[in-house]
Structure formats: structure tokens, C-alpha cells
Design a protein around this ligand. Structure first.
Ligand code: PMP
Length: 406
């Protein structure tokens, strides 16, 4: 329905749409619904006692400063800690390369703000993270989808997409949201080579890199890119790297970081000043207090153990209950797996019946910039406990079976 306000909105506002996932989450608020829909961590792994202690310490030792305005780039000890933490994974940067953001979602939005002119091409995986599509659509991005398979973005198809002259490439190398797939090592190298040849930067979004349950960690695109450069050039590399505390500490604290060459950090800071001045000082100090003595490494071990068990239960129950013609990915980490249904099924139609049977998932089509993917769905395995995963997949399989005979 048109309202008096519609013609008052800016052109970019007219391009804004509600996130399909956030709309769906409303259906899952009922505790009887077993939800595989959101990307939510297991509530059981939130380190509540550590947070309690840290809040008291921050207020006792740093009370006034923690409640005061802070600098836009972020709390220096936290940035120093992130620099040390990143060095363990081969990312060698100083705090001048690091900006703290209010979640990686804000980093995606700020990148749109500083990089995208209306009509600019953005090369995305197909399917890709819907939150990035939502953020960049508002800035008028034209998405150029690159097909993916179980080894991530198909770099053999990349060159023709790069000829379209995109502004940047958006890459999700580890346990991708939504498919759970990981970009193979040789494809990482190819991606860097082609991006360099065509002079197109890469935005590497890596919320799940620390959550590998099996196999060897692969080096970040940022690391491989800097290895191709002379030492003095490192800080003018071709990659903007994003990561977050959402999956290793808690998403409610809204804390993440960007690692980028200084000219990019400077522009992001200016963009962030107009958005929120800075990320919550108190939350940054508390997160630093929680994490400063290596807690993250220990805690990530616990998270990996819990999520591996849940992934295994989901894989086992899918094999046990799902009818023939349904297939799914086998992620080696992260929070999600991806289900492909027979072509005759539409996951949007299934969703309504699934919610009636008290189980929820995300229909896959919203992850495709170019549309389509109606016979796909994303399942989250981190949030529900093993018993509920078993029951939820049983219910979901029954809904599918009913649609297959209908
Ligand atoms: N990027 C990806 C790929 C994600 O999956 C998510 C969270 N679902 C985000 C960014 C946003 O994370 P944050 O909580 O740090 O805003």
C-alpha cells in the first residue's frame, strides 16, 4: 500500500527491502518451533561468568572511561590484541590497519558507503550472504554472480565476470554462509592472481574461520595476497579482511573488525563517524577484558566441539530421514549446511507447512543475487541441541515427503 511517505524517500531508500531472514525469524520466536533458520550460536556456549567478571573489572578499573565517548577507530588495547591474534593466523598488521566496527554487518555497510556508486558491479558468489546483498543493494550495486560448487567460488568462471569491470569481489572463503563450503587452496591462489591482473580488490568476509572441526586450516586470502608482495608493499595489499567476535564470543555485543590498507581505514573511519561515531566503548573494554589472556583460543575449542557434534547429528539424521532425491553439503566447520531438493519442490511453499509442523529453515532463494534457487534451503546446526536437531530433521523430512507425494 502506498503511503504519503513513499515519494519522500530517497532513491536508495526505495531500493531497501526487509531481510527475508529477519522476517522469518519472527515465526521462530515460539519456543515450540525447532529453528534451523537463524545463524545463531549455541546459547549454552556463551561465557556468561567471564562476562560478569569482566563487566565488574572494567567498571572498577576503568569506570568513567568505559562509559565515555571513544575514538572512531576503536579501543587501542583491543586493536592491539586483534593484531596479535591475527598474527597467529599469518596476518601481519599493525593497529593502524585495524578498525573496530559494530558487527561485520556494519563493516559491509560502510564498505558499500565508501566503494559503491549506483550501477557499480559487485562480484558475488552464487549463492552468497544475504546481509551483504541487502547492505549493498541500497547503494545501487549491480551484482555479478559467480557460480560455486563444493570447493567454493568457481574461479574457472571468474575471468568472464571480471571483464564486466566490477568494483570489488566479495569472497566468503571459510564455511560459507549459506552453503558451508570452503574455497579450495588452488582457487584462493587463482582468485588473488585474477583480482590482481584485473586490478579489482577483494573483500574477504571470514566470520567462521576459527570454527573448523576437521581438516587443515587454509591460509586467509589476505595472507596469500600479502605473500605475493614485497615486504614494503604489504600494507597496500589488494584485500580488505573482515572478522567478528559474533561467533567466538557473542553476537549481542556487536563487535567486529576490518583489516585493510591505511587509505581504506581512513575512509571507513570517516564513513563510520557519520554512522555512529564509534563502537560501544564499554563493550570493547569488556570484550578485551574477557579475551586478553588467550581465552578466545580455549573457548573456540569448546565451540568447535559442540558444533561438530551438532553437525554430525544433523548429517546423520538427514541421511536417516530424508527421502531420495534430496542432497546436502558436508561442511568441515561453521554453522550451516545447504540442502538441495528435487526440482519439483519449492522451499518457500515448504516453509509454511514446516512452520505449521514446528520446524523452520531459510528458503534458499534469498541468497541468490540473480534470483532462483527455489529448490534449496539453508539449515543452521549450531543453535539447537542434538535432541532437537534429531526431532527437527524428522519433522522436516515428513513435510518434504508430503510435498513429494502431493
Ligand atoms: N558476514 C557473514 C558471512 C555472516 O554470516 C554474518 C553473520 N551472520 C555477518 C557477516 C555479520 O556478522 P556480525 O554479527 O559480526 O554483524
Amino acid at each position: 500500500m502506498l503511503t504519503l511517505w513513499d515519494h519522500r524517500f530517497a532513491q536508495r531508500t526505495q531500493r531497501m527491502e526487509s531481510s527475508a531472514i529477519r522476517e522469518l525469524l519472527k515465526f521462530t520466536e515460539n519456543p515450540d518451533v525447532i529453528s534451523f533458520a537463524g545463524g545463531m550460536p549455541a546459547p549454552e556456549v556463551f561465557p556468561i561468568e567471564k562476562f560478569k567478571e569482566a563487566c565488574l573489572t572494567v567498571l572498577d578499573q576503568n569506570g568513567p572511561a568505559s562509559l565515555q565517548y571513544g575514538s572512531t577507530d576503536g579501543y587501542a588495547p583491543l586493536r592491539e590484541m586483534i593484531a596479535r591474534y591475527s598474527a597467529r593466523y599469518g596476518i601481519n598488521v599493525t593497529i593502524d590497519n585495524i578498525l573496530i566496527t559494530s558487527g561485520s554487518q556494519q563493516a559491509l555497510d560502510l564498505l558499500g558507503k565508501i566503494l559503491i556508486n549506483p550501477g557499480d558491479g559487485v562480484l558475488v558468489e552464487s549463492p552468497t550472504y544475504v546481509g551483504a546483498l541487502q547492505a549493498w543493494r541500497a547503494y545501487g550495486a549491480e551484482f555479478v554472480p559467480v557460480p560455486t560448487d563444493e570447493d567454493g567460488m568457481m574461479t574457472s568462471k571468474l575471468e568472464s565476470c571480471l571483464r564486466a569491470g566490477p568494483k570489488f569481489i566479495y569472497a566468503l572463503p571459510n564455511f560459507q554462509n549459506p552453503t558451508g563450503s570452503t574455497l579450495a587452496y588452488d582457487r584462493r591462489l587463482k582468485l588473488i592472481e585474477l583480482a590482481e591482473n584485473y586490478g579489482v580488490p577483494i573483500v574477504e568476509d571470514d566470520p567462521y574461520g576459527q570454527l573448523r572441526f576437521e581438516g587443515e586450516n587454509l591460509p586467509a586470502i589476505e595472507v596469500l595476497d600479502s605473500q605475493t608482495r614485497a615486504q614494503e608493499e604489504c600494507y597496500s595489499g589488494n584485500v580488505i579482511y573482515l572478522s567478528t567476535f559474533s561467533k567466538t564470543l557473542a553476537p549481542g555485543i556487536r563487535l567486529a573488525w576490518v583489516i585493510a590498507p591505511p587509505p581504506v581505514i581512513t575512509k571507513l573511519i570517516q564513513a563510520k563517524q557519520g554512522t555512529d561515531l564509534h563502537t560501544s566503548t564499554f563493550n570493547q573494554m569488556v570484550a578485551y577484558e574477557v579475551a586478553k589472556d588467550g581465552f578466545l583460543y580455549e573457548h573456540a575449542k569448546l565451540i568447535r566441539k559442540v558444533y561438530k557434534e551438532r553437525r554430525d547429528v544433523m548429517l546423520d539424521t538427514l541421511s536417516e530421514y530424508m527421502p531420495e532425491g534430496v542432497s546436502w553439503t558436508h561442511p568441515k566447520g561453521g554453522l550451516f549446511l545447504w540442502v538441495t531438493l528435487p526440482e519439483c519442490l519449492n522451499s518457500q511453499d515448504l516453509f509454511k507447512d514446516a512452520v505449521a509442523e514446528k520446524v523452520a529453515f531459510v528458503p534458499g532463494d534469498s541468497f541468490y543475487a540473480e534470483g532462483g534457487g527455489f529448490n534449496t534451503m539453508r539449515l543452521n546446526f549450531s543453535n539447537a541441541c542434538p535432541e532437537r536437531i534429531n526431532e527437527g530433521i524428522f519433522r522436516l523430512a515428513n513435510v518434504l515427503k508430503k510435498h513429494l507425494v502431493a
